[in-house]
Design a protein around this ligand. Structure first.
Ligand SMILES: Nc1ncnc2c1ncn2[C@@H]1O[C@H](COP(=O)(O)OP(=O)(O)OP(=O)(O)O)[C@@H](O)[C@H]1O
Ligand SMILES: [Mg+2]
Length: 250
């Protein structure tokens, strides 16, 4: 039900974004042209600058919504998740504010069957949220861990080997009412222009698309831990079969 809802919302959002994009083109291009004809001391200059920057913001938002709703080409190959995660972290390290300690525990793990770009996006979205939850708080840290995990022996319908990605932060945490809705597309507690509420619904879509699962542990005021389990390459085919069997039974 959840994934059907996501898909319907994606289609709707994509349609709206597409029309909105067409509407924005003349606003943006004509206001830029108008700006070129105005000297900076013209009383209209500041107004037009505001129109240009507001429509640029709207255009960026539209782009993100289109990226979310578009059925992206998923290229799954056998990849080394440690290499992909390390690459994402390297990029994030330079963009994170320096008051946040960034702790990386990326161990060697078995290969998984996955889209490398999507896996990177999962890491980026989770770490970005973590940094935003920390804000300006001092003594803050974000820990990213990648490790191999063996499923409990005898656990029925479980792939026998899993790769675990954990992103833990010491940020603000969330109330239950927020926690219940975080995977909904467009659910955000952030100010207009700061968040579109797509990060975690994208993460959710990617993880389930890889036969994985996601779990959130959260203590209001004490931070949040996201744990993602992905089946290793050998188990992936079995996991997909399990997922569709569950779907059929639901
Ligand atoms: N690590 C976290 N700590 C506390 N709250 C979080 C954390 N991650 C997500 N949230 C909450 O979940 C909401 C939804 O997150 P999501 O990433 O989907 O959207 P967003 O960050 O608000 O916007 P976007 O990712 O599109 O920029 C956030 O607005 C925030 O309230
Ligand atoms: Mg986010």
């Amino acid at each position: 039900l959840h994934s059907q809802k996501l898909e319907a919302l994606g289609t709707l959002a994509g349609g709206v974004a597409h029309d909105l994009n067409n509407t924005l083109v003349p606003i943006l291009s004509l206001s830029k042209l108008a700006l070129e004809d105005l000297s900076e001391d013209d009383p209209l200059h500041a107004d037009i600058v505001t129109i240009v920057s507001a429509s640029e913001r709207a255009r960026d938002l539209v782009k993100r919504i289109l990226a979310f709703s578009r059925k992206q080409d998923v290229q799954k190959t056998r990849i080394d998740p440690a290499a992909v995660v390390r690459q994402a972290l390297q990029m994030l390290r330079v963009t994170l504010p320096s008051h946040i300690a960034f702790i990386e525990r990326v161990g060697d793990v078995p290969s998984i069957f996955a889209d490398a770009g999507q896996l990177q996006q999962v890491v980026v979205n989770l770490v970005t949220n973590a940094a935003q939850a920390i804000g300006a708080a001092v003594h803050a840290s974000i820990t990213v861990e990648l490790s191999a995990l063996a499923a409990a022996p005898g656990a029925a319908n479980r792939p026998s080997n899993l790769v675990r990605l954990r992103v833990a932060d010491t940020g603000c945490g969330m109330e239950k009412a927020v926690l219940d809705r975080i995977f909904e597309p467009f659910f955000t507690t952030k100010a207009v222009g700061e968040g579109t509420g797509l990060g975690l619904s994208v993460v959710h879509g990617i993880v389930t698309g890889h036969g994985g699962s996601i779990e959130v542990k959260n203590k209001r005021g004490k931070g949040t831990v996201f744990t993602i389990l992905l089946p290793v390459a050998e188990a992936a085919a079995g996991a997909a079969a399990t997922a569709s069997a569950l779907d059929a039974a639901a």
